[in-house]
Design a protein around this ligand. Sequence first.
Ligand code: ADP
Ligand code: MG
Length: 569
Amino acid sequence: MPIKVLDPKVVSQIAAGEVVERPASVVKELVENSLDASSSQISIEVRGGGVSLIRVTDNGVGIPSGEVDLAFSRYTTSKIGNLEDLESIESLGFRGEALPSIAAVAQVDIVSCASGESVGTYLSLDDGVVTNKRSQGRSRGTTITVRNLFRKVPARFKFLKSPTTENSHIANVVSRYALAFPEVKFTLSIDGKVTLRAPGSGRLIDSVTGVYGLEVAHNMIEIGHGDGGWEGGVVPPSVKVTGMVGSPAISRSSRGYLSFFINHRWVSSRLLTWAVEEAYHGLLPQGKHPVAIINISLPPEQVDVNIHPAKSEVKFQNERLVFSAVQKAVRQALIESMSVPKIEAPVIAYGAPAKPRELWQTSARSDNRLTSSRPTPLQTPQVSLPMLRVLGQLLSSYIVAEGPDGLYLIDQHAAHERVLFEKIKDQRARQKIEVQGLLEPITFEVNPQQDEVLKSHYDSLAEFGFSIEPFGDRTYLVRAVPVLLHNKDWVGMVREVLDSLSGGDWAESIAISIACHSAVRAGQTLTDDEMRELIRQLEQAVIPHTCPHGRPTMIHLGSGQLKKEFGRG
Ligand code: ADP
Ligand code: MG
């Protein structure tokens, strides 16, 4: 094909792709504009996963009537005038790319009324071209409505995930800004239902409650007090770290609860993640991550925000300085919080009745201790284990056993996970999941992201024995749980599944998570009978050598190897 100049429309659609990756990117850009316009109230309305409709309404400074068209031209901005301004940027936007990019891939209309103007301006655009402009009454502020996103860009459209997934990304974006700007009132409604409300009280703890719920809010510790953990000399006070971190009691299984804001800009940063996780070193179980909201303020010239099209990554002039300020502020707050004897606060979010009494049970088995009857083998074992003789328990975590060919060290948790995983899958296939009804239903709260996922996965959870129903504002009522999880942390298990958002095999993830949460733990002393029973069950497993996560369940030291080790080979 000969070289030719691309049609301007194609150019703008290609360029738009950099800024607008998915519906959540539109929400991000529009919310950032509202924040830059000094709004104290921002409401976001979304329909059809953000494809049918995204509407952001604010009460900010508005756009003067004569400038509304201009706002939709490429590289037009009111935020910087020259390159020097970029050095000390304080606004979230500065490229002048968002509105034209959005207009290139959707139908857009705007109603805006600027300070000092008596009437607002309405403008609509199709394919980035103005189709209508007139005066329209409204109070000060701006409303931008985006419809049919990517409908004319099939290459992008086909990469969109389900409305649930897109909604969850949108809820994530709004949650972060609500945490970054506690002084701004945020409302997010998805398909007509309000899923997030942050009151705009100016107190971070109120935003945390709005976004993560009461349980998390009750376990947050304030950090920094503004001095970045400065002890004089090491970290100059130009870097200030404030925010809140979760006590180790509310660790999470994903890093999705870590939020970093540099001068109010939400960024993702491996460096900062590492700094926080370092601060929690030794305080969290392996594989768990903290909840943290970290605000870093530093002189704008010490950070470059112009290295990423979506402005989601930044570069620090002095990385070590920022790293140590964050790490210290977090560590110090954690240590202080632990040295003060704490009166245990009541768990209010989901523990309404302290100990649920049993209403009924479908099976005679009261729990999943290992002395229960042996499950019938599902299939002929493929990689079968030989018969093993239990010798004892090591470190309350491993079972030492002897086989015809040497010594076996079996990880009790991993092995039990494997056994339960296969049992759960089998019961589900036969629709025979054992269920434990609760005499008093228990309520629990989820965050907006989890809410979106949960809404479309009742059925999958029900297949595994959960009876969950909506109970108003991101709260759910649970009437029954799988019997294996009775008296276990099933709330943690449900949250873990909702957080994993894998989009992959849901049934598999749920089965793995139930198995993991109901299996015996490392550190739990087992009786001889319990160990023998576990080994019997493991011998029957289809794949006994690995746990459902793929980690080994055992180490085998063959007699040949033993002889070699002792020099008799
Ligand atoms: P940028 O934010 O990088 O300046 P945008 O394309 O996002 O570029 O917006 C272009 C301009 O439109 C902004 O500089 C601002 O002047 C104006 N604008 C956009 N949204 C709003 C809003 N909600 N309130 C007031 N002004 C706005
Ligand atoms: Mg902008």
